[in-house]
Design a protein around this ligand. Structure first.
Ligand code: AMP
Ligand code: MN
Ligand code: MN
Ligand code: MN
Length: 288
């Protein structure tokens, strides 16, 4: 049985391992099939693909798209996308433009509201890739002694309602799903238990996502404990969505979830990789 991990980050966004280091680590962890899913950017995939061949891991080209749905910030993962697709790249470029403006504005707000100077420059220096985000600010704030760890940096400065938070509109959900589908990929709701939605709202989300052409939800996510797994497996079955698994790994010591350390999907789930053929490249046959 192949070992899948379909959600992680490299230095192209807010991970701390380069794509090469990440693929080597995946091989060491016994991962057979790895999706690199950087935030709103696919530039890590070229290097990742090269190393994947060297270390014997099958790379699934992916991306994690930032979405605004109602008042909620959602993440939609695209799996097996063609990174050369123009519709996808145009969409991602718009989100990265917003990220740059937001980062400058975060710097101004931290200065004005929390008397923390140089945060934009500090975060910019930590962001090696083209997708700057709150994680880079969190690392800067920890390095400056403003917080003892990233969690505290988010809680004090970066979460909604805190001095460095900048509201804004990301991609509409239906558009993010369309970009992914235009690029030949499958759209997956990332870490669905993290959004603090009521059961009713969650069902609305799943039906709108399904209606928009979404394919799967992460039934297993490394970004929180696994207590919700049976409930998510039920939702996937009820809404006829496929099931994905992903650690959301960001690098050594970045969070509690290790690359590739994921429990098996509950029986009854149809894995998102059901129609893939990892030994002959990933391009799926028609169908779901
Ligand atoms: P951004 O897309 O720039 O708003 O940043 C979102 C990223 O920040 C997520 O992908 C996580 O890596 C990280 N993150 C979000 N919330 C938290 C939190 N409460 N504690 C630590 N990291 C977080
Ligand atoms: Mn992240
Ligand atoms: Mn996410
Ligand atoms: Mn992620």
């Amino acid at each position: 049985m192949l070992h899948y991990d379909l959600h992680c980050h490299s230095t192209a966004s807010d991970g701390t391992l380069s794509p090469t280091e990440l693929l080597r680590h995946a091989a060491a962890q016994g991962v057979d099939v790895l999706a690199l899913t950087d935030h709103d950017v696919t530039t890590g995939l070229v290097e990742a693909e090269k190393t994947a061949g060297e270390v014997g891991v099958t790379l699934v080209p992916g991306v994690e798209i930032s979405v605004t749905w109602g008042h909620c910030l959602l993440h939609i993962v695209g799996l097996d996308v063609d990174p050369r697709n123009e519709v996808l790249q145009r969409g991602l470029a718009g989100l990265r433009d917003f990220r740059i403006w937001r980062a400058e504005e975060m710097g101004r707000r931290l200065e004005r509201r929390a008397s923390i100077g140089g945060a934009y420059e500090g975060a910019r220096a930590l962001a090696q890739g083209p997708s700057i985000g709150r994680t880079h600010f969190a690392r800067f704030l920890v390095a400056q002694g403003k917080a003892r760890d990233q969690q505290q940096a988010f809680d004090r400065y970066l979460k909604r309602g805190k001095p460095g938070y900048v509201p804004g509109e990301w991609a509409p959900m239906t558009e993010a799903v369309q970009w992914i589908r235009a690029a030949g990929g499958q759209a997956v709701i990332a870490h669905p238990a993290r959004y603090a939605l009521s059961a009713t709202r969650f069902r609305v989300l799943l039906s709108e996502f399904k209606e928009a052409g979404g394919a799967a939800i992460e039934v297993i996510s490394g970004s929180y404990p696994h207590g919700m797994t049976p409930a998510l497996a039920n939702y996937a079955q009820r809404f006829e969505l496929l099931a994905s698994v992903g650690s959301d790994y960001h690098g050594p010591g970045q969070s509690c979830n290790e690359l590739g350390r994921l429990p098996a999907l509950p029986t009854g789930c149809v894995p998102v990789w059901e129609s893939w053929n990892p030994t002959q490249g990933l391009r799926r046959s028609a169908g779901r």
